[in-house]
Design a protein around this ligand. Structure first.
Ligand SMILES: [Zn+2]
Length: 271
């Protein structure tokens, strides 16, 4: 059994890009913890920030239950403001504390090194997660953690997802988990309404004609979200040349690249 920690900025980040893979880890008996940095409290055209904060727990816990996630840790920062509500080293320390508490074997997060990432929360979480996972076994980093009784802990694998992925080297067959991924996304009701409404903003401004989208009630998101998730997962499976219908892709580093020292040995795969 491996202990997996997902660091994400918003409740639905992981579900969009790694939900099938996380569902698979859970189904195979691995223990998953999801850390949600912000309250999603700017993610609506309809609800107030306070109303968004009020639905956050229900949505993130609902999605976790669908996927089989064992533990959700909300950090409570404000959506869009993470990078200036906390300094980078504070966020890194907070993430390292969780890694040492949970004794994470595998960390998932946004990829800090892909281009065109427009969301400051994604960029902040990505870099803090990457640094925390890389140095959690260094005893002299953040000595306050040792003082708290949290011993250095080695993280073997880092799995990164991205909107504009580069250098992906690990693809996961999610044929048995695509419906769970969609079900988990739909637990994030406010965020799915926002996703459709935002697409409609782009469509209206573009002057293009997409009849099903322009006339869609954003609250009827389930079918279009499911369609888009399936199309994206099919494209990944095709690109990876996998013998499956649906897949998710990651840039993964394992054990600091130590595999390059050997020719005739391989590290077993968990999923
Ligand atoms: Zn996000």
């Amino acid at each position: 059994m491996k202990r997996v920690v997902v660091f994400e900025a918003h409740g639905d980040d992981m579900e969009f890009l790694a939900g099938g893979t996380i569902a698979k880890f859970c189904a195979l008996g691995h223990e998953v913890t999801v850390v949600v940095a912000t309250d999603n409290d700017k993610g609506s055209f309809e609800l107030s920030a306070a109303e968004m904060r009020a639905v956050r727990d229900k949505e993130i816990n609902g999605a976790a239950a669908v996927l089989g996630v064992k533990r959700v840790i909300p950090l409570g920062y404000s959506d869009g403001d993470l990078a200036w509500q906390t300094r980078p080293e504070q966020l890194r320390c907070q993430f390292m504390r969780i890694i040492r508490q949970v004794k994470a074997d595998i960390v998932f997060s946004w990829d800090p090194f892909t281009p065109y990432e427009n969301h400051p929360d994604h960029r902040a979480v990505a870099m803090a997660a990457c640094e925390a996972a890389s140095f959690a076994h260094f005893p002299l980093y953040h000595p306050e953690l040792l003082a708290e009784g949290l011993e250095p802990h080695y993280v073997g694998e880092q799995w990164y997802f991205a909107k504009s992925p580069r250098d992906q080297n690990k693809f996961v067959d999610i044929d048995g988990y695509i419906e769970k991924k969609i079900d988990a996304l739909c637990q994030h009701d406010a965020q799915m309404v926002l996703t459709i409404a935002d697409m409609q903003h782009h469509l209206r401004a573009s002057g293009l004609d997409v009849p099903w989208l322009v006339s869609l009630d954003p609250h009827d998101y389930r079918e279009p979200i499911g369609m888009r998730m399936k199309a994206a997962a099919q494209a990944v499976a095709r690109h990876a040349g996998l013998d499956c219908q649906y897949a998710e892709g990651f840039r993964r580093t394992r054990f600091g690249g130590i595999e390059s020292l050997v020719k005739d040995q391989t590290i077993p795969e968990d999923v």
